[in-house]
Design a protein around this ligand. Structure first.
Ligand code: VGL
Ligand code: ZN
Length: 209
């Protein structure tokens, strides 16, 4: 994939303590993306992070539905919603970025999941595609034409962020060694990669960037 620093952004999705081993929604090997992403950042001029940032009463938390456990389903915003453990609550340690993640070059952070009535996996839109974080317009205002996506988790927020980027017309690539999957079902990570590839997203390793 041919690319130019002046019109390309790196999007770092949700590299937050709750998605790291020891966190409430830990992703296996989630910590291993941090050094890879730190090296990767040296190649980019425009770097944006997303942050899952839920109010304590968020509708995606099993704890907010009596008798429900994480992994069970409800209806939220007219959509089937899987229930999660409490995670990335605004103001908590779990919502903070991994302490070793280099933030020195970031030009913006886009928060998502703030509306308790709907979940928001993508950094662009909520799952019902009603709320818009402004990330798409922000990238366009900077003249960005291509995005590289990395972070956590591959089968949720990374996948939906990359698919939305592609659908908004950005040339989109997934950096496969700079992401890890939740894998509630063991094949979810691989299925996510297949789905992205079918949507026209380039899959590459950080060495190929
Ligand atoms: C995520 C589940 C719930 C993610 C966020 O960042 O992939 N997954 N909230
Ligand atoms: Zn969340």
């Amino acid at each position: 994939m041919d690319w130019n620093k002046e019109n390309t952004a790196l999007i770092i999705v949700d590299v937050q303590n709750d998605f790291i081993p020891g966190g409430s929604l830990a992703v296996h090997e989630g910590d291993q993306v941090v050094p890879v992403i730190n090296v990767l950042q040296q190649k980019f001029k425009y770097i944006i992070a997303t942050q899952d940032f839920h109010p304590a009463d968020h509708g995606s938390f099993a704890a907010n539905h009596s008798g429900k456990k994480p992994g069970e389903f409800i209806e939220l915003a007219g959509l089937t919603q899987i229930l999660w453990p409490v995670h990335c609550v605004q103001g908590s340690k779990g919502a903070e970025f991994h302490p070793d993640l280099d933030q020195s070059q970031w030009i913006a952070v886009f928060q998502k999941g703030k509306n308790p009535e709907v979940d928001s996996y993508s950094g662009f839109f909520d799952n019902a595609r009603r709320g818009d974080t402004g990330l798409g317009d922000y990238l366009k205002s900077k003249g960005i034409k291509q995005v590289f996506v990395c972070g956590l988790a591959l089968d949720y927020c990374v996948k939906f962020t990359a698919l939305d980027a592609k659908s908004l017309g950005f040339e989109t690539a997934l950096i496969v060694d700079a992401t890890r999957a939740v894998n509630l079902n063991p094949k979810d990570g691989n299925s996510a990669i297949d789905e992205m590839e079918k949507a026209g997203i380039t899959i590459l390793t950080s060495k190929e960037v």
